[in-house]
Design a binder for this molecule. Sequence first.
Ligand SMILES: NC(=O)c1ccc[n+]([C@@H]2O[C@H](COP(=O)([O-])OP(=O)(O)OC[C@H]3O[C@@H](n4cnc5c(N)ncnc54)[C@H](O)[C@@H]3O)[C@@H](O)[C@H]2O)c1
Length: 333
Amino acid sequence: MRWLITGGSGFIGTNLAGHLVGRGDDVVVVDDLSRGGSELNAAFLRREHALEVNRIDVSDTAALGAFLAAQDSFDAIAHLAGQVSFLASLADPRRDFEVNALGTLNVLEHVREHSPHTVVVGMSSNKVYGDLSHVAFVEEATRYVAPDYPNGFGEDLPLEFHGPYGCSKGTADQYLADYGRMFGLRTASLRQSSVYGPHQHPRSDQGWVAHLVGEALAGRQIALNGVGKQVRDLLHATDLARLFVALAESVEPGVGYQLNVGGGMGNDLSILELFAWLAERTGQEVDFVTGPTRPSDQLVFVSDNVRVGELTGWSPQVTLEAGLTALLESSAE
Ligand SMILES: NC(=O)c1ccc[n+]([C@@H]2O[C@H](COP(=O)([O-])OP(=O)(O)OC[C@H]3O[C@@H](n4cnc5c(N)ncnc54)[C@H](O)[C@@H]3O)[C@@H](O)[C@H]2O)c1
């Protein structure tokens, strides 16, 4: 298959590119290299996979259009380029909109006009569901739980776009679905929860597990937002890479899939549970202080993967224990 990966020298993109090259697929990478660490990933892609990164801003309609016009058409596009930080979206809502919403529209317009057979898979977010304040949560010793959702959250949750990031990711999600419905394209929007794995260059506002593991190993005191009982499911980047291939093979035209995707029940943990796991593994307690919660933070998000599983046959294979152990070992290097 022939692939375009936008945001291809980001964390998820680098993992996906490696997976696709390993399959023998043809891969073209676009990235504006705005993310700290993306230069390192670009060097890795060049060295390990002989891939060059084409430096293009997906919100630059003319530049992206000219680049794509010069390319042979793609079987599938993994549209990963994004403004990824909720906090950065509060600081600069316009740029957040340009990258996430306009960037997605630019990709979709190219496909509509020039290659309607191409599968487009975009990355949305569980933030399209807002703060979930309508859900009844119970506080337990180490975590919050949502007893009414024993299998996690499905796509029937009401949409509530909170913050510029929620609005731009929600907008992209709606455009992806609607270009499927209205123009008969083959699109899917992944309402993605937390992803972890190699090639991530975490910051305090994105890549929380790798960030906390790094801070803990460095022996720094960690200032938490909230009391540390927030729960997320974790999906390993190699599992997500396999999903992209499964979607490229199963997304039908005219539907516009919107899919919750995550590690799911069993691959979920709270910050306090991560700290307990780290203390057991390293023999060193994590030094932390609690603080006020972040605006619009969900107390729990665990994805119910049933819809994506039915469509593709995919399910996560990397257990939390295996993925966290690998992360700990690579962080300690
Ligand atoms: N990692 C997660 O847990 C997670 C969760 C939900 C959604 N997502 C989404 O998945 C996608 C990939 O995430 P990631 O974790 O790999 O993030 P990342 O920051 O590592 O990768 C994003 C890449 O996009 C590039 N980029 C940013 N703006 C661009 C622009 N205007 N034009 C071209 N390239 C641009 C960056 O340089 C970076 O290399 C993003 O859209 C993100 O919002 C990620």
